[in-house]
Each structure stands twice: as structure tokens, then as C-alpha cells.
Write a protein that binds this ligand. Sequence first.
Ligand code: 6GU
Length: 278
Amino acid sequence: MRLDVVTIFPEYLDPLRHALLGKAIEQGILTVGVHDLRGWATDVHKSVDDSPYGGGPGMVMKPEVWGPALDDVAAGTTEGQVLESSLPHLDKPRHDDVEGVTARAYDAGEDSDLPLLIVPTPAGKPFTQADAQAWSNEEHIVFACGRYEGIDQRVVDDAAQRYRVREVSIGDYVLIGGEVAVLVIAEAIVRLIPGVLGNRRSHEEDSFSDGLLEGPSYTKPRVWRGLEVPPVLFSGNHALVDRWRRDQALLRTQAVRPELLNHVALTPQDQAVLDSGR
Ligand code: 6GU
């Protein structure tokens, strides 16, 4: 997969070189190009924004700068600054690499030769785990980071000639710009690329993958500061452990995100657990 990010703050994207993403870069699974939008500014001041038509506070990013930038990145005629992995230690096996488990991709939601353009904006459609799964199959994803009051809307409308465009939000709050949202979205996508996390089971059991939040986890010691690990986890009875984990997931979801339960297929046993938790 190739990711390109267009931004006026290239250094903000440096975290993409670290940890899991750095490993994917090291393995040749991922290439990340970061592009300074000011490289497409045409005036002496390298200005990228202007006052909004209709008045009001803030500034709007200029179409004559963004248009050529997105044209060039779509055409692949500009490399940008290609990020190098921060961690060259491929020889070490990962704790979640499981022998005999082959990397399998998620189904691609759609099919097209056009690259995907993701425009992070608080006015976008909510980004979900389902989006992350679908986009983990993409060959080329471009992120356009807006700052200030956003990008002239015609840039997004025109880009649809060269891209499949998605305006997405990462939550109901406002960030200064799209850069941090790109870090969030890129990490959610890249960890699902086959071969990046050791095995698919480790994300099939993630929160949201079955529509529920994950319940609590425990490790040694058995008693810590007087607090005991739930005894069922030492029972050696896998069916009992699985049932207990599902119960915990159901109860946590009911307590903190009850609206998620509307989209989960509940068995009579699940329903009984939820009724007991009220
Ligand atoms: Cl994707 N971008 C910005 N700038 N703010 C946000 C956001 C995105 N999602 C929530 N707030």
C-alpha cells in the first residue's frame, strides 16, 4: 500500500514511521510519502489560504494551490518525502506471529482503478472499523489535510475526477487540522493489512469487530494489591472462558455504549445476561 499525505505541517506526520507502521515500511508492505502543500504555492509568500467569500472568521485554503497538488500526487509525478522506518529490527519475531496462520485480506468493499482520497473534516461521515477494513485493501490512499476553516469545496468536488473521494470525521469534536486524524485513520487501516499484525484473530476479536466493546483482560500475578483475577480464567474450560468474555463484552457495551447493542445479533442467553445487568 502507498499512502500520500498533503499537509502544511509535514513534521506532524513523523509518527507514521514508528512502531507498527515503521515495521510495515521496513517489510516493504507500506510506503508513505509526505508532501508540503507550500511546494505548490505560487506567490512569493507561499500563501495557501485566503479570506472566505461571504465573510466570517478564519481562512479558507486556496483551490489554485490544492488543485495542482492533488493532480500531481494522483499522477504519481511527485514522490514527496518518503518516510523511513524508525525501527530496523526485522530479525526479531513478533509475539503475535502465529505459525500456520496465513495472512488473509478483508473483502474489498468496492472496485476501481482510481486512488482513494480521504479528506479529514469534522463535517465528514464518521470513520468506522468497517471503513478501516475496506480500505486495508487499497493500493493507493491520499490524505488531504486541511487547516483553518477548511479547503475550498470546489477542490473536493473537482478531485472526484481523479479519485474516489471520502470526507470523514474521527469524532464529534474539533481538531485544529486534519493531520492528527490522518495518524488515527492510517493506523486503523495499516494494522489490518495482511502481514502487519501477526495474525487475523488478533483483530477479529477487537472491540467493534463483532459490534461489541471488548471486556477486561488480565495477566500475572493472580493477586495484585489485593485484587484477584476472575477465577473462571484459570478453569481451563475454553467454552466457559469464551462465554464469560462475551458476557463481559455485553455488559461493558450496555454500560458505556448501549446504542451499539441495536446492531448486534443477540441470542436468548445474551439477552438474559443483559437483563441481569440492569
Ligand atoms: Cl477528521 N478533522 C478535523 N480537523 N477535526 C476533526 C476531525 C477531522 N474529526 C473530528 N474533528
